[in-house]
Design a protein around this ligand. Structure first.
Ligand code: A3P
Length: 314
């Protein structure tokens, strides 16, 4: 019979197996060794056509998008959406087991379609089955500078990813993302990630959302998701979902704020998961010289795309 562990016991036993995993090259993309070791099962995962994928580069408001989708699918029922931590309600495809949260694949095996699935994989690594089965895919992106700041603080507190190191060096790491022999940022180049999905979004019917648009007008963006999912949700409920998914409400929601993740995995005393939730916090981190250097490189790396990113909204 399967042993049922208490939360505390599960965390205690997990202690030894959780550490800052090194990054391993998977088809040119640096991924945590736990993901690389399990790559065959992850890449062979076959979704049901009714399954929905939420894909993002880390720290763009993935959890925010997940919470909105879960509420839309449950007609704004806040109680139903507190049935379990967000990481259990919407499994993270490539996530290893971090007790008491089972691995993404283990969770998915226990769930019946229609499932909502989270991934950070760049488009070329998304399991083929999602495209073959024409699953709906929502992609959220965020301006590079705020994304970088959020990722920097996250890597300080996420004790399973490589240490970010000092701020100035981190900017350079992020700008490079990856290169042949050096594996720099987990999930690879931000630039390739956002451009990869943008290039395919019409062809593959991907809904491409921007964090800044969601901050500017959450109701408008929630309605875009509702239309994409063909859901008949009333105006009142949309307003309610906007309120339930505001930064402050989600920060206080134990099923969304990752307080369920044990300290050996996320040490929120270093930096909270729900940190600031703003557009333009990058101005508090970049010096004018760092900003100029970043912008010059950005213009080169982004010259072949027209994604309408905004670095401020006022
Ligand atoms: P900051 O670090 O800038 O505060 P992800 O879920 O992809 O890991 O993204 C986390 C980022 O999204 C964090 O950014 C977090 O504060 C922000 N975020 C989470 N929920 C949000 C919400 N409801 N409104 C605005 N920002 C939110």
């Amino acid at each position: 019979m399967e042993e049922v562990l208490s939360y505390e016991e599960a965390v205690k036993r997990a202690g030894d197996s959780i550490y800052r995993f090194p990054l391993i090259d998977v088809q040119g993309v640096p991924l945590m060794s736990t993901v690389a070791d399990n790559w065959k099962s992850i890449s062979e995962f076959c979704p049901d056509p009714s399954d929905l994928l939420i894909s993002t580069y880390p720290k763009v408001g993935t959890t925010w998008t997940q919470e909105i989708v879960d509420l839309l699918l449950h007609n704004g029922d806040a109680e139903v959406c507190k049935r379990a931590p967000i990481a259990v309600r919407i499994p993270f495809l490539e996530k290893f087991s971090a007790p008491p949260i089972p691995s993404g694949l283990d969770l998915l095996r226990q769930m019946k379609p229609q499932r909502v699935i989270k991934t950070h994989l760049p488009i070329e690594l998304v399991p083929k089955g999602f495209w073959e089965n024409k699953c709906k895919v929502i992609y959220t992106a965020r301006n590079a500078k705020d994304n970088l700041v959020s990722y920097f603080h996250f890597e300080r507190m996420n004790l399973t990813q490589p240490e970010p190191g000092p701020w100035d060096g981190y900017i350079h790491k992020f700008m490079k993302g990856e290169c042949e022999k050096k594996r720099l940022v987990c999930w690879g180049s931000w630039y390739d990630h956002v451009k990869g999905y943008w290039k395919e979004c019409k062809e593959k019917n991907i809904l491409y959302l921007l964090y800044e648009d969601m901050k500017e007008n959450p109701v408008r963006e929630i309605k875009r998701i509702m239309h994409y999912l063909d859901l008949p949700v009333s105006e009142d409920i949309i307003e309610r979902i906007a309120q339930l998914t505001s930064f402050q409400v989600m920060k206080d929601n134990p099923m969304a704020n990752y307080s369920f993740m044990p300290k050996p995995v996320f040490d929120q005393s270093i930096s909270p998961f729900m940190r600031k939730g703003e557009v333009g916090d990058w101005v508090n981190h970049f010096t004018p010289a760092q900003s100029k250097m970043f912008d010059e490189d950005y213009a080169i790396q982004m010259k072949d795309t027209n994604i309408p990113f905004r670095f401020s909204i006022h």
